[in-house]
Design a protein around this ligand. Sequence first.
Ligand code: SF4
Length: 232
Amino acid sequence: MTITIGGVEPFTTVDFPGRLAAVLFCLGCPLRCPYCHNKELQDFGGKPFISWETFIEFLESRKKLLDGIVFSGGEPLAQPDLYESMKIVKDAGFEIGLHTSGVNVERLKQILPLLTWVGFDVKTVFNAYEERIPHSRASTVEACLDMLIASPVELEARTTLDPRVISKEELKRLARTLAEKGVETYAIQEYRLHPAEENPPAETDVKAFFADTELLAELKSLFKSFIIRRAS
Ligand code: SF4
């Protein structure tokens, strides 16, 4: 039993709200978002960063120093042994956070009792999902999101604003849908240029989301907590 580890961030104060945490990046993602900043983590056959055993040694050294471990990616829900791995980490005394794009309903159901907090990527309006995000399935994303909303797990839905994937009008529609579903915390994240990207969107289109004060005010009014993350 293992999961394939593509990287480890030994300390973070921002990836698991309210907790001191480390991030475990899983290797492999079935999706192909045009703005992906973790392209080196997309390939399931890539070279692991460290073994599971080495990660467990790292965990032992962090007991009492960290509150939690965030499983990120790549896509953690694409890892067949995710439940067993999370259980080991939880039994060692850590809270479990998850970054996911919602690619596997059954696996999410299995790990749900282990989770404290989830950062859930909703990339665009559901009726445009499969056209904009290669290899995605909108019904799976929506079922995963609905399951989290109905659970006691702390949830942040978030959308990266790449104008190739979502328009301002669609963002408004998506935010209304999320609010109607019961999402209370929503974050929008500025697209950041990946150095390997050959046809990036125009900078003016990227900035336009954040210059639209009417749009931002409407989004803010829909959620208990609305977060704007600008690229630095
Ligand atoms: S879901 Fe995340 S890791 Fe996968 S392609 Fe999209 S941005 Fe990259």
